[in-house]
Design a protein around this ligand. Structure first.
Ligand code: ZN
Length: 138
């Protein structure tokens, strides 16, 4: 048995059990699947979880979940500060040294100019860029 989220032509979503996906198609085509709310038999499988999470990501991108996004950035900042060495403006230089194994491999964070970041990328040095949230107490 499969549980499907089914949506009718009037946008009512309901759950229904089917033996398998073929059974759903057969019953749908023979108008045996009716919306319990309005009774229409013009129904489709509703969009499933991946689409819903994509919508959430889109909402975040739209800034609707800006508060959540900030929380996430603060968390990431905390994590980085706890686990990485701060190298300030020497970030590009240090990242290069680590890449070329001139110094012991470690996780670092710091600041780099757009030009430095571009150079690192051209040299194939991996690094992440995050929008660094300002501290409330700064
Ligand atoms: Zn309906």
């Amino acid at each position: 048995m499969i549980l499907y989220d089914v949506i009718c032509s009037n946008d009512h979503v309901f759950e229904a059990w089917f033996a398998d996906s073929k059974a759903f198609e057969d019953q749908r085509k023979s108008d045996a699947v009716a919306c319990p709310i309005c009774g229409v038999t013009d129904v489709e499988k509703a969009l499933m979880a991946p689409n819903i999470s994509a919508k959430k990501e889109q909402a975040a991108a739209d800034g609707k979940d800006a508060a959540d996004a900030m929380k996430f950035l603060y968390k990431m900042r905390e994590h980085i500060e706890e686990n990485c060495d701060y190298v300030g403006k020497d970030f590009a230089e240090e990242a290069r040294k680590i890449h070329h194994e001139e110094v012991e491999k470690r996780d670092i964070y710091g600041e780099a100019t757009a030009e430095e970041a571009e150079e690192l990328r051209e040299e194939g040095i991996e690094f992440g860029e995050i929008p660094w949230p300002a501290r409330h107490d700064a």
